[in-house]
Design a protein around this ligand. Structure first.
Ligand SMILES: C[S@@+](CC[C@H](N)C(=O)[O-])C[C@H]1O[C@@H](n2cnc3c(N)ncnc32)[C@H](O)[C@@H]1O
Length: 269
């Protein structure tokens, strides 16, 4: 992508504004489908019911999906500790409000908060299979690996922190890079790529095609992960991107629905 534009994550406030705009354009509230899929997934976890469960979540944002996972885990486990790694303060504050409600209702659930990038967390917490150094039964990274400087290194950090007893590593990833992830996992000797859970999630991106729409430009910036794309990117790049977005959308009732597929890539040790 053109260097005339900046990485959208350089301005975290702007990033979350555009991310919220993107989320608000979803056709369906995916919670029901997701819950059904994750209810099945968590029921397959091989942990004993009376075990204290340790979960790591990487790039949690406001913790929406983590809270759903916790609800599923609570069906079988009463003691769950969640280590949250997320570099941005604002979503962490929102997550803490949800977490307080959970811990009030379920005293066996506890959280620890690391407001830092996963790269820095990895440096500060030496990864090891030794439980005393902090290994986990479950590692969840929701749409966050592609923000890492080196996702393969981050992935290694996720997988070696599994504890020994047949654990799972879970990744919630877009179709764009999940192929890379799957082929990489297939080459890793310390984990077994287990399954993929697929969802279709169309987003209304009609405003993106209206040059004068501030909302559309905000949305466009999230889609290309650059800020000021319409203002700063060369017109050739803009044309290519807009053609790609249109070609990958379905036009229905006067709206362009962009086909955003999502895959949860599940691996276990
Ligand atoms: C697209 S959001 C996903 C939020 C949430 N997990 C979800 O699935 O809705 C990406 C998240 O990754 C976080 N992030 C960005 N760079 C990161 C890094 N280097 N380490 C950990 N998290 C990072 C962002 O702050 C943001 O909360």
């Amino acid at each position: 992508m053109s260097s005339a534009t900046k990485n959208i994550y350089d301005d975290v406030t702007y990033y979350f504004e555009s991310f919220s705009k993107f989320l608000s354009k979803a056709k369906i509230d995916g919670a029901d489908i997701w819950n059904e899929q994750w209810s099945k997934l968590t029921a397959q976890f091989p942990f004993e019911a009376d075990k204290d469960i340790r979960m790591l979540t990487v790039g949690a944002g406001a913790g929406y999906r983590e809270c759903l996972i916790i609800q599923h885990l609570l069906k079988r486990h009463s003691s769950i500790h969640i280590t949250v790694v997320e570099p941005a303060q604002k979503p962490i504050d929102e997550f803490k409000v949800k977490a307080a409600k959970i811990t009030k209702e379920f005293p066996g659930v506890s959280f620890e908060w690391h407001i830092q990038t996963f790269e820095n967390y990895q440096k500060a917490h030496r990864v090891s299979d030794d439980e005393r150094n902090g290994s986990f039964h479950l590692v969840f990274a929701g749409h966050s690996l592609y923000y890492m400087d080196d996702w393969k290194y981050a992935l290694m950090g996720c997988t070696v922190t599994f504890n020994q007893e047949g654990c799972w590593w879970l990744q919630y990833q877009s179709l764009l890079t999940s192929d890379d992830l799957k082929s990489h996992l297939n080459r890793c000797s310390n984990v077994v790529f287990d399954q993929v859970v697929y969802r279709e999630d169309p987003y209304d991106i009609s405003d993106v095609f209206d040059e004068s729409s501030n909302e559309g430009n905000l949305l466009l910036d999230f889609l290309v992960q650059r800020s000021g794309f319409r203002k700063c990117a060369p017109s050739d790049d803009q044309e290519k991107v807009l053609t790609f977005l249109k070609d990958n959308s379905v036009f229905e009732n006067g709206k362009y629905w962009f086909r955003c597929d999502e895959e949860d890539v599940v691996a276990m040790k």
